[in-house]
Design a protein around this ligand. Structure first.
Ligand code: UT7
Length: 307
């Protein structure tokens, strides 16, 4: 029995905030941000619900399905519209879904955790699951704090996962968490995101490399077999360091953070969508999807596209 990725969609706010614009109010520069992170601009606006609705609708359409075909909605978000209720039921309501729905919070690994959750739900009788990553990080950014303000952006990405008893796109999954590192990246109630950037960077490279190596081993593929890496988009230097250690050239890696910044749970589906639009997703080819984030949490999976 297996899981097939059937359709994808994204939702982005229209408002583009460039590094240049941030430099007008913060002690920073386009040069520093681009050099140290790879980010050139980010999108700002919307909410987890409003962006998630757009991405979800687009994914259902892309899959050639109707809302009635969806059995479950799993929303990955770190920035739900409200603490309670969860944002997933509100998205389901706006989409016209008549099914169970819930939020998953695993920070920047959220989309991967949501896919893994959906995989389990497909094993227990559901047939099609809408998985959305949606973030409104800008709401929890102190715009006078250059440490965080230059990094984060808003956006959403979604996929429909379908049960298939004849085979699977998902060949392996490795997830982990380490709450002893919880204080490295936090957002307290009523507060703003704060991070020990250097330490997160160091640990991020390690957990991405370790989990990706395990995922490739379980899938019985080598770095040479991986046609495309779809990594969480936090910092291009993290992506370069991790792929170099894995022995996978950067040409085989998707980078979208230059346009969207770090969009947490949304970054992997946004990167996937970009790769597909650019003809980089090919049937029969292997991809490594890998994410890490606050918690700390991490997740890597090897997939082989069937469509
Ligand atoms: O999604 C998962 C979570 N996020 C991440 O994975 C992010 C992980 N961390 C990083 O990406 C990087 O550590 C940062 C981009 C956050 C920072 O880059 P860095 O190369 O580690 O810079 P740094 O913190 O060592 O700072 C270097 C210098 C410092 O000045 P001094 O002490 O050398 O004079 C900082 O004060 O750069 C300064 N600086 C800035 N300058 C201009 C820090 N932030 C900025 C800024 N603009 N925005």
């Amino acid at each position: 029995m297996g899981v097939r990725f059937k359709g994808w969609g994204i939702g982005l706010p229209d408002r583009i905030v460039t590094n240049e614009e941030l430099s007008q109010t913060l002690d920073t520069s386009d040069e520093w941000i681009a050099e140290r992170t790879g980010i050139r601009e980010r999108r700002v606006g919307g909410s987890a619900v409003s962006l998630g609705v757009i991405a979800g609708r687009n994914a259902i359409q892309d899959a050639g399905l109707l809302v009635g075909d969806i059995d479950f909605l799993v929303l990955a978000t770190t920035t739900p519209d409200r603490l309670c209720p969860a944002s997933a039921p509100m998205i389901a309501n706006e989409l016209g879904l008549n099914c169970a729905s819930m939020d998953v919070n695993a920070a920047c690994s959220g989309f991967m955790y949501a896919v893994r959750t959906a995989q389990g739900l497909l094993e227990t009788g559901n047939r099609r699951i809408l998985v959305i990553g949606s973030e409104n990080l800008s709401r929890w950014v102190d715009w006078s704090d250059r440490n965080m303000a230059v990094l984060l952006g808003d956006g959403a990405g979604a996929a429909v996962l379908e049960y298939d008893e004849t085979g699977t796109d998902v060949l392996s999954f490795v997830l982990g968490s380490d709450g002893s590192a919880a204080d490295l990246l936090t957002c307290e109630h009523g507060g703003y995101f704060q991070m020990d950037g250097k330490e997160v960077f160091r640990r991020a490279v390690r957990v991405v490399v370790d989990s990706a190596e395990q995922a490739m081993k379980i899938a019985d593929v080598s770095p040479d077999d991986i046609n495309l890496v779809i990594p969480h988009q936090a910092n291009v230097r993290i992506i370069k360091a991790a792929t170099q250690r894995l022995g996978i050239p950067m040409e085989r890696t998707v980078v979208t953070l230059d346009r969207y910044g770090n969009t947490s749970s949304s970054s992997i589906p946004l990167a996937f969508f970009d790769a597909r639009q650019n003809g980089r997703i090919k049937s029969g080819e292997y991809a490594l999807m890998t994410g890490f984030g606050a918690g700390m949490t991490w997740a890597s999976a090897v997939v082989r596209w069937s469509r």
